[in-house]
Design a protein around this ligand. Structure first.
Ligand code: ADP
Length: 203
């Protein structure tokens, strides 16, 4: 299995780039934001609980998100790998994800961190709010609250994976194509080194 985390602040382009990556590499896309919005749309109990936090620009409680991720992974036993988008967002979520992967003798192979300035993020999110139908993108105060949550709780995710040398920073400003080329180069490089290691261990 090959498991990748696409990391970065709200508005850094994770959703857009995820589409490109899953198409090229055949990974299963796991976006907790999308899963939560589906739950909200279906007005499930989980969705109703999540909505209160999402509308305030706050993170949904870890237990809710972790349970949802575990169910999603269990439902895809044949996945050749996952692309995690918007998850993990706290250290507790990192630890839970490691445990879920370990049950299947797997691990996170790479964390690609998109880097974008705060003013650019706010501009992009307000722009997206004009057409996305996402209420959390239309109000600048909610956007700033989300960015604050990112700084307070989510940057710890990069610190967590950096201790295992798994994080590579990628400039998230430029065209979608050039950013994708930079991401793809890192994934290709890692896959090539895995093939070499497998060959060496079979000798
Ligand atoms: P963005 O990255 O643009 O903020 P997402 O769709 O990833 O958009 O997330 C939208 C909202 O969903 C977040 O502001 C948060 O409230 C909630 N959310 C998504 N993923 C998580 C997570 N892993 N942990 C807690 N809350 C989450």
């Amino acid at each position: 299995m090959f498991n990748l985390i696409l990391f970065g602040p709200p508005g850094s382009g994770k959703g857009t780039q995820s589409e490109n990556i899953i198409e090229s590499f055949g990974l299963q896309h796991l976006s907790t934001g999308n899963l939560l919005r589906t739950e909200m749309g279906n007005q499930t109990e989980l969705g109703m609980e999540a909505k209160r936090y999402m509308d305030a620009g706050q993170l949904v409680p870890d237990a809710v998100v972790i349970g949802m991720v575990g169910n999603f992974m269990d439902a895809k036993p044949d996945a050749k790998g996952f692309l995690f988008d918007g998850f993990p967002r706290t250290t507790a979520q990192c630890i839970a994800l490691d445990a879920l992967l370990k049950e299947k003798n797997n691990e996170i192979n790479l964390v690609l961190a998109l880097e974008v300035s705060e003013e650019e993020l706010v501009k992009r999110l307000l722009g997206r709010g004009l057409t996305s139908g996402r209420s959390d993108d239309t109000n600048e105060n909610i956007i700033r609250a989300r960015i604050k949550e990112y700084h307070d709780k989510t940057t710890a995710v990069a610190t967590y994976y950096a201790q295992f040398n798994k994080v590579v920073g990628i400039t998230g400003e430029g065209t979608v194509e050039t950013i994708y080329a930079d991401l793809k180069k890192e994934i290709d490089g890692l896959l090539a080194s895995q093939v070499e290691m497998d060959a060496a261990s079979n000798e």
